[in-house]
Design a binder for this molecule. Structure first.
Ligand code: HEM
Length: 441
């Protein structure tokens, strides 16, 4: 294999025998990683061939994955990343992160936004939302019960609960969901053309942008209004709060308003990211999580019998299902991880699902066991980009799943497990629909 001195990365054709990222889950259990990925997990770090021929790395070991995600020598900037899987219309590389999309930024720009948002997502604040989440869940279960005794659990429960919650948190009218739910789904759809995905993202930003203008004019009691009104957790401009003057600032004379530190464009970008990141992830954890419990009756009975298992069960389902996968980074310099020298310029694909099934970290990893201590899983990522909404997602899961089981003691799948349609081509894994039934058979 040959290294390109210009980029420091290996060039393609020199290593034709290298594996590509396995994505096919068709064989075997729908909750398990692709068998071919498990076969590649014997070494924590290995070479991987990317969609455009780039030769980078695949990280499957838990310790190695944590090391990469915590290390600032690995960048999250989209424009440095090669894509491990082919995507319709994409040229193998991504454009720069749109304004406000903090997942694709590094420090200090990332730190600036992160500090601004972190105080709004504390454990205390999210637990305060638990009462509202109970109410939303009960409303959804009431409607499902009335329409029963069969339902699509995605339509009736897994999608509306997180949608209601994120709408409440951000101050987005639930009645507008027809304007953003479909767009969010397209944004994560790897089978959709890149142009279609970009247009969906632009549509989401337009929608949130309109909302931001309304919040500026007429603030309400929610996160978007709060950000619009105050700008930073300390009440000062975000640049000064982080000690950094860098980060996306409006061009002088660009016409974009700066109110309390965040421009309208930044606010729309942050709002759009929160809406997209908070919806599909949690919805699929509820849908796929319910499927995994229904397919494992022993675990389901244990959770139903002991409400104290709600927290550990949520953690174990997060580990076992790893819906947001993989995470990508680019090496900014040569770094040794697990005894392998990763070269500057190489894209690193961190397989969350493989790391969460690493037997060195989680004994018997392919067993769903809600009594195990699954803390330390990487389903919310790790390091500076670790999920901002994780406490909210945990509260949603610990409230909603037990409420579902308590309301429908005879809940069961209405189709054989192998007929449940799976979201195979989405960056967020899950079920397309989940037909269930209850009452007498
Ligand atoms: C079960 C549900 C969820 C899962 C599995 C999940 C997963 C993740 C993961 C893996 C990352 C790290 C990305 C990376 O390192 O490249 C992340 C980041 C993020 N998540 Fe979540 N997430 C969930 C729910 C939420 C919710 C409810 C919100 C907001 C309300 C949210 C907002 C964010 C944001 C803003 C980031 C970017 C953080 C940063 O770059 O500093 N997520 N999430």
């Amino acid at each position: 294999m040959v290294y390109d001195p210009a980029t420091g990365s290996a060039t393609a054709d020199e290593a034709p025998g290298l594996p590509v990222l396995p994505t096919d889950r068709h064989t075997g259990c729908p909750f398990d990683p692709p068998a071919a990925l498990t076969a590649l997990s014997d070494r924590p770090v290995r070479l991987l061939r990317y969609a455009d021929g780039h030769v980078g790395r695949l990280v499957t070991g838990h310790a190695a994955a944590r090391a990469v995600l915590a290390d600032p020598r690995f960048s999250s900037r989209y424009e440095l990343l090669h894509l491990p899987m082919a995507m319709e219309g994409a040229r193998g590389k991504l454009p720069q992160a749109p304004v406000g999309d903090i997942i694709g930024l590094d420090a200090p720009e990332h730190t600036r936004y992160r500090r601004l948002l972190a105080g709004r997502f504390t454990v205390r604040r999210m637990r305060q939302l638990a009462g509202r989440i109970e109410r939303f869940t009960a409303d959804c279960l009431d409607a499902m019960e009335q329409a029963g005794p069969t339902a699509d659990l995605v339509e009736a429960f897994a999608r509306p609960v997180p949608t209601l919650v994120i709408c409440e948190l951000l101050g987005v009218p639930y009645a507008d969901r027809g304007r953003f739910l479909g767009l969010v789904e397209v944004i994560f759809d790897q089978a959709a053309d890149a142009g279609v995905r970009d247009e969906a993202y632009a549509g989401l930003l337009r929608y949130v942008g309109e909302l931001v203008l309304a919040k500026r004019a007429d603030p309400t009691d929610d996160l978007l209004s709060d950000l619009a009104a105050r700008g930073s957790a300390s009440g000062s401009a975000p640049g000064s709060a982080s000690g950094s003057a860098s980060g996306p600032a409006p061009e002088p004379g660009s016409g974009d308003r700066v109110v309390s530190g965040l421009t309208d464009e930044e606010l729309a970008g942050i709002g759009g990211l929160l809406l997209a990141a908070g919806l599909d992830t949690t919805a699929n954890m509820l849908g796929l999580g319910a499927f995994a419990l229904l397919a494992n009756p022993g675990q389901l009975d244990a959770l139903r019998a002991d409400p104290d298992l709600a927290g550990p069960a949520a953690e174990e389902l997060l580990r076992y299902l790893s819906v947001a996968d993989p995470l990508l980074r680019s090496a900014l310099e040569d770094v040794e991880v697990a005894g392998e020298l990763i070269r500057a310029g190489e894209t690193v694909t961190v397989s969350v699902q493989a790391a969460n099934r690493d037997p060195r970290r989680f004994p018997g990893p392919d067993r769903l066991d809600i009594r195990r201590r699954a803390t330390g899983h990487l389903s919310f990522g790790h390091g500076p980009h670790q999920c901002l909404g994780q406490q909210l997602a945990r509260v949603e899961m610990t409230v909603a799943l037990p409420a579902l089981l308590a309301r429908f003691p005879s809940l069961r799948l209405a189709v054989p497990p192998e007929e449940v349609p799976l979201r195979e081509r989405s960056s967020i894994y899950g079920v397309v629909s989940l037909p269930v039934a209850w009452g007498e058979e």
